[in-house]
Design a protein around this ligand. Structure first.
Ligand SMILES: N[C@@H](CCCCC(O)O)C(=O)O
Ligand SMILES: [Mn+2]
Ligand SMILES: [Mn+2]
Ligand SMILES: [Mn+2]
Length: 314
């Protein structure tokens, strides 16, 4: 499939500067050229322009709701366009609040989609369970039908209707959840592979069970929402909410290789790369490089190697 890339330089879902630079750093690592070298047709739609909405008063602890809502509406429209153009959509973040718009816009084109959420965090706090009020810890709660009655009216969010059911999402990499999130996951019976399951089963079985769960009733488009903080901080430290004990580099690539192998990847978010959170240049480049390798592995890069179909041994 051809690929459509959308830059989403957005930081208002949390409070650490720098995550808006994610798209720029990932592009500077030559992602587009590398995807082209893998034989893909790539259209780079450039970066969305996000403006702060004036008079954007907090709602309780929830910060800048209109700005977050407006950015996600803009992203939803962009993702829908990319899907209508028949491309696999790649959203470069930006913080994880962007998944609201990315998944909403994707579902508008492909209502039968399912979600693989790779993250140290569940990002399923409601505005009332959130300990911080940061939207990047809440996106999933706005998307789930089962939580609709638990979401208060939020200025700037009136356009969102839930588009997912609890059985349509699987988590991989969890290791830092708030009580409300753990309660929701248990009570809604959401399939979740925390780092305990990754250790117990191994990433191979985790991916097998995750895909079996989501594809049990047949093939459907996959939305992979990849938070770079799923990967261990020894590999990807330049991020806003690092948590130790994460996916190894190998596991992070294996997840992508297996999603690629389904042939069902329809949209990918790569979020929370924050160059300003790297203590050294090396920490930044290691984080950006991990993000690029996740994308390349989603689109066919394999550790076993590759040769063009027309290769002739000299
Ligand atoms: N659960 C925390 C941390 C969220 C982290 C968001 C993203 O990095 O997954 C919160 O709700 O503020
Ligand atoms: Mn292709
Ligand atoms: Mn996270
Ligand atoms: Mn996240």
């Amino acid at each position: 499939h051809p690929i459509g890339i959308v830059g989403a330089p957005f930081a208002r879902g949390q409070r650490k500067d720098g995550v808006e630079k994610g798209p720029d750093y990932i592009r500077r690592a030559r992602l587009v050229a590398k995807l082209g070298a893998q034989g893909h047709q790539v259209k780079d739609y450039g970066d969305l322009k996000f403006e702060d909405v004036p008079n954007d008063e907090p709602l309780g602890r929830v910060k800048m709701p209109k700005t977050v809502g407006s950015a996600n509406k803009q992203l939803a429209d962009a993702v829908k366009t990319v899907k209508k153009n028949g491309q696999t959509c790649v959203v470069l973040g930006g913080d994880h609040s962007l998944a609201i718009g990315s998944i909403y816009g994707h579902a508008a084109a492909r209502p039968d989609l399912c979600v693989v959420w790779v993250d140290a965090h569940a990002d399923i706090n409601t505005p009332l369970t959130s300990p911080t009020g940061n939207f990047h810890g809440q996106p999933v709660s706005y998307l789930l039908r089962e939580l609709h009655s638990k979401i208060p009216v939020i200025p700037g969010f009136s356009w969102i209707k839930p588009c997912l059911s609890a059985q349509d999402i699987v988590y991989i990499g969890l290791r830092d959840l708030d009580p409300g999130e753990h309660y929701i996951i248990k009570h809604l019976g959401i399939k979740a592979f925390s780092m305990t399951e990754v250790d117990r089963l191994g990433i191979g079985r985790v991916m097998e069970e995750a895909c079996d769960h989501l594809l049990s009733k047949g093939k459907r488009p996959i939305h992979l929402s990849y938070d770079i903080d799923a990967i261990d901080p020894s590999v990807s430290p330049a991020t806003g909410t690092p948590v130790k004990g994460g996916l190894t580099y190998r596991e992070s690539v294996y997840v992508a290789e297996e999603i690629c192998r389904t042939g069902l990847l329809s949209a990918l978010d790569v979020v929370e790369v924050n160059p300003d959170r790297g203590k050294t240049e090396e920490e930044v480049s290691s984080t950006v490089s991990a993000a690029v390798d996740v994308v390349l592995s989603c689109f066919g890069q394999l550790r076993e190697g590759f040769h063009p179909s027309n290769y002739q041994l000299p």
